[in-house]
Design a protein. Structure first.
Lengths: 319, 319
DNA sequence: CTGAAAGCGCTTACAG
DNA sequence: CTGAAAGCGCTTACAG
């Protein structure tokens, strides 16, 4: 039995007879043999490993993308390797090709990142996840904030809030920018403006929300409601309010974006904009694996709808 | 310039002259060339990829081990790939060798798992993380619950609790067993027993704590304090109490184990047993990488101390 | 349907 | 200090 035959049999190549396939499989099982993925990778010129590029692995948000992403990749016969992007991002592209990853999902790309261009130049397939860098076209899976934000703001405005503050995400991310734009547009339609001093920006993390909330609440005349760039930020804001004894939503209302599991906790009950993050993660896996098999095709853009989930952190403003 | 010379130069082999090293490095930089890790892996017979084996990637606990583990592995020139262990665990060992991982950290091993034996038989280095399966010796990094539990129970008993309930972790994990034993031993020293009906068991997840708390609280005469197997369980318990309007610690006290960042939130303020989880994760990385380089050495067991962090979920029992 | 040959990109003795 | 040869475990034409 030659090596190529074994190889073909184990890959279920139709050119091998059923009889020998069976023999090979039996022998493999008996010997506990399974083909070396690395031998295969070297031979084929590409592995089945995909990288997830993030900046802060610590962030609760990513736990909720890693789990479904990993699961779907596994289903598709791929492995997940974690990559963190340092400020520079030069090394990342090289790292990816040096380690022979077959593709990567970009989950924390900034608008001005050079990583997408680097990957494109090196011919590494990738998909934008939750963010986009318009300069380099590629598959993407993102969220359309409009519907959810409209519903949220309808609730907010309906309850009488007029003095609205915000702790948005970073300015150099498509996600942060887009959410802010939609909020501004919808408020504008309702004749409500955001005072410059009531609008803060920062990374999508706990501290941003926490410190931002303190800043806003330290004022003599704080906003009656604070819109947060995402749930992790909102969680920071909520905790900051609690720390200084400010009642939510009695004294101030807070809203988030993402609807993480934590936001639904009885202890939290965050009013937020929801979408199907797990499904998005799976779609990213599918898109990427599809792309690897078909590099020439037009980029596809999967966009997920949002809806508002009213819980207990948005109430009427204190009159 | 021959291939071996380039190879040696890039690895900083002392047998290559500084002059050629420099030339090679310059050329590599100019060409954007970096050596293929997969070529190297095939040649050397081992990669620099280590696997983290867990059951539920969703669990908040693992987010806090993945981040430092990844970081330390990166520092040591290794990659992190995620592996989930299905019930069976047969495929895992094969997967690991098929994909040429140089080692794995086992973070959810049960006492009766066959995975350690499988890995040992196939010569794959591994380290037990936070759990241990005594049948197969290997490096381990674990926690010694005793000090923390003593401090916790001193507080609990000092406040007057006598009717104590518990939602411990799974019986088939060393971690769950050990914590339960220490609790029982210390209570015993104080002449306090755990009523059989007040002791529940289950996986270390939110639902276990949540449902366990409901069960305990549904009774006519519930315990005045509930000890939880870990923080995620305690978080479930805390939320269950909140859901049914039971005040913590007014009506019932709750304690955890792990001191996750969430437990310190103003919204949570969980009294819990703390230890250095991030450092443990880094140590696991170091141990494993060290083991790969020196398979013959005696197993080393890193044990981390615990201490009690009193916050707001343990109070006096209602009299 | 099966096998011999060549090659994927490295590294490791072995010469020189 | 440098290079030619062989091999790591696969796959892919190419014959038969």
């Amino acid at each position: 039995m030659s090596q190529p035959t074994v190889s073909r049999a184990l890959r279920d190549d139709p050119k091998v007879s059923e009889a020998t396939k069976q023999r090979v499989r039996d022998a493999a099982a008996a010997l506990g043999y399974s083909p070396s993925a690395i031998g295969r990778a070297l031979s084929v010129g590409r592995s089945t490993r995909v990288g997830l590029v993030v900046t802060d692995l610590d962030n609760q948000f990513y736990a909720h993308v890693i789990a479904p992403l990993h699961h779907e990749l596994e289903r598709l016969g791929h492995e997940l390797v974690l990559i963190t992007e340092s400020s520079d991002s030069g090394p990342v592209a090289e790292h990816v090709v040096a380690h022979g990853l077959c593709g990567v999902v970009l989950a924390t790309t900034t608008v001005d990142s050079i990583l997408p261009a680097r990957l494109r130049d090196r011919g590494v397939p990738f998909v934008y996840f939750n963010r986009t860098a318009p300069s380099v076209p590629a598959d993407s899976v993102t969220v359309d904030p409009e519907q959810g934000v409209r519903e949220l703001l309808a609730d907010v405005i309906g309850r009488g809030h007029r003095r609205i503050g915000a702790v948005f995400g970073p300015r150099n991310t498509s996600t942060g920018e887009q959410r802010e734009q939609v909020v501004r547009a919808v408020l504008d339609e309702n004749g409500i403006g955001l005072a410059h001093r009531d609008v803060l920006h920062g990374p999508f993390d706990f501290r941003t929300g926490h410190d931002g909330m303190r800043t806003l609440l330290d004022r003599d005349d704080p906003p009656t409601l604070v819109l947060c760039g995402n749930d992790v930020v909102a969680l920071g804001a909520l905790n900051a309010a609690k720390e200084i004894g400010v009642d939510v939503p009695g004294d101030v209302s807070i809203a988030g974006f993402d609807d993480l599991p934590t936001s639904g906790w009885a202890l939290v009950r965050l009013s937020t904009v929801a979408y199907d993050l797990a499904e998005m993660s799976r779609e990213a896996a599918r898109l990427l694996v599809g792309r690897v098999g078909n590099p020439g095709a037009e980029p596809v853009h999967a966009v997920y709808p949002t809806r508002y989930v009213a819980r207990d952190t948005v109430g009427a403003p204190r009159s």
